[in-house]
Ligand binder design. Structure first.
Ligand code: GLN
Length: 471
């Protein structure tokens, strides 16, 4: 379903009360929102706007004026945002209505949303399983049909992986294509605000509204009208999706049988649709996780230094000196995974050791970029799995925190290179969704949408979890 049927849902009394009931029934089961308000009116002239009256969710590390912005952390549990992120403001100007804040792994650190200090979120397909992360609340809310789309953030896969776990679309845009103003920083050189959506059409329309330069974010880019190369020169017009040259990675290891079979059948699908399949190797992929966690933790250690309990956030009032207050506010306010990453980041940046860790990670980052450049010199798109396994059960027994990090292999590469990637749902296996992703050169989002759309059409209706109704 595209966003149109949602127009005015908050205003039409009959539809609204049915929507409220549906929302609350599902929400009680999956816990996707940390806070929501469904009673507000949508703007009166919303019918004429592109997303007039369409409700949406916002990951709780993205600011919405008047709502909390907890980042899933005890340290920001009582913080209310005095302003809205640029992406949120652009959506509001297009008529869309933010209805609440979605759960996440604390500060976006994780792959399950179980690292939230505030709430458990469950997968709508099977509530004993995680929704993925870190934008797990956003993905679960869209999958259950509570909202047609939600904003998320993707630093190393946090939009695409939960989208894959919940059976929805997940766009990680080109770095800089969407303003980060109002996104709470985790690893600034890697992250971007992205979209979780029920259909390709919804994802495309939302991206169209939120993309583009913003004077409040120096790293935001003017979005070119035509596809352009890395130097900003106009490139060739986008190829027709059905004749695209699609690179596929040979010899991927460690995939579950379900994900491996789906990867093969997706390759077969695009071949049958008329695409030219090009097997490639991506040698740098083996080092991507190490480089990602070195760079991400280094940046996190600096970005999270601002939570001292002095100007905002949790403050331990029992302390006597200021130093004690800062130390104990951080000790009590941050969860274990966040502390681990601050320590790791401080370790890799300590004086005299930068060459050994951070410098090397930057070299791998360049190698990854070069690998992608080589692939996209001959191919229009690259098809890859999103995550080696389907949604796993809650708890550390199925995939511990370290294994979860290793499993980020297929998602982190796009962040290290700054290129766009779109995760799309395929036919479920064993009753659970499987997601694949398409990647392309910078600013090739339209190409990704077009290729995902021919696959979407072939599904004859996107599979939805049991109990899903169209609102
Ligand atoms: N799982 C990755 C991490 O924990 C991705 C996080 C993200 O994209 N925010 O860092």
């Amino acid at each position: 379903m595209s966003v149109d049927p949602w127009k005015g849902i908050l205003k039409d009394t009959q539809r609204h009360s049915a929507y409220l009931r549906y929302f609350e029934e599902w929400e009680a089961r999956i816990g996707s929102f940390l806070e929501y308000r469904l009673s507000q009116d949508d703007p009166s002239d919303s019918g004429r706007l592109p997303l007039g009256g369409v409700p949406f969710g916002v990951k709780d590390n993205i600011a919405v004026e008047g709502y909390h912005c907890t980042c899933g952390s005890k340290i920001l549990k009582d913080f209310t945002s005095p302003y809205s992120a640029t992406a949120v403001n652009r959506l509001k100007a297009a008529g869309a209505v933010p209805v609440g804040k979605c759960n996440l792994d604390e500060f976006g650190m994780g792959s399950s949303t179980d690292n939230s200090a505030l709430k458990k979120t469950h997968n709508p397909w099977d509530v004993s399983r995680v929704a993925g992360g870190s934008s797990g609340g956003s993905a679960a809310a869209v999958a259950a049909g509570l909202v047609p789309f939600a904003l998320g953030s993707d630093t190393g896969g946090s939009v695409r992986q939960p989208a894959a776990f919940c059976g929805v679309y997940g766009l990680k845009p080109t770095y800089g294509a969407v303003s980060r103003y109002g996104l709470v920083a985790y690893a600034s050189s890697l992250e971007v605000v992205g979209v979780l959506a029920d259909t390709v059409d919804t994802a495309r329309r939302v991206f169209d509204v939120i993309k583009g330069q913003d004077e409040l974010d120096q790293s935001s880019a003017l979005y070119p009208g035509l596809s352009r190369d890395r130097g900003g020169n106009p490139g060739a017009a986008p190829p027709a999706a059905s004749t695209a040259r699609i690179a596929v990675v040979e010899g991927l290891e460690g995939l579950s049988p379900e994900v491996e079979e789906t990867y093969r059948s997706s390759i077969d699908f695009y071949k049958a649709a008329g695409c030219e399949i090009q097997p490639v190797s991506l040698p740098s992929l083996d080092y991507a996780v190490a480089a990602y966690y070195t760079i991400a933790t280094a940046e996190a250690s600096a970005n999270l230094a601002r939570y001292t309990g002095i100007r905002y956030g949790y403050r331990d009032t029992g302390a006597v000196t200021m130093e004690e207050m800062v130390r104990s506010s951080r000790t009590k306010g941050f969860g274990d995974e966040v502390k681990l990453r601050i320590l790791l980041g401080t370790y890799v940046l300590r004086s005299g050791f930068q060459d050994q860790y951070y410098g090397r990670a930057q070299k791998i980052r360049t190698a990854i970029r070069n690998d992608f450049d080589r692939v996209f010199a001959a191919a229009d798109l690259l098809l890859m799995p999103v995550f080696p396994v389907q949604a796993f059960p809650h708890g550390d027994t199925s995939l511990d925190q370290f294994q979860q990090k290793l499993a980020d292999k297929f998602t982190v590469a796009a962040n290290l290179a700054g290129i766009p990637a779109l995760s799309f749902p395929t036919a479920p296996r064993n009753g659970l969704p499987v997601g694949m992703q398409l990647l392309g050169p910078v600013f090739s989002e339209q190409r990704l949408f077009a290729a995902a759309e021919i696959h979407e059409k072939s599904l004859g209706g996107i599979p939805r979890p049991h109990g899903f109704r169209s609102v």
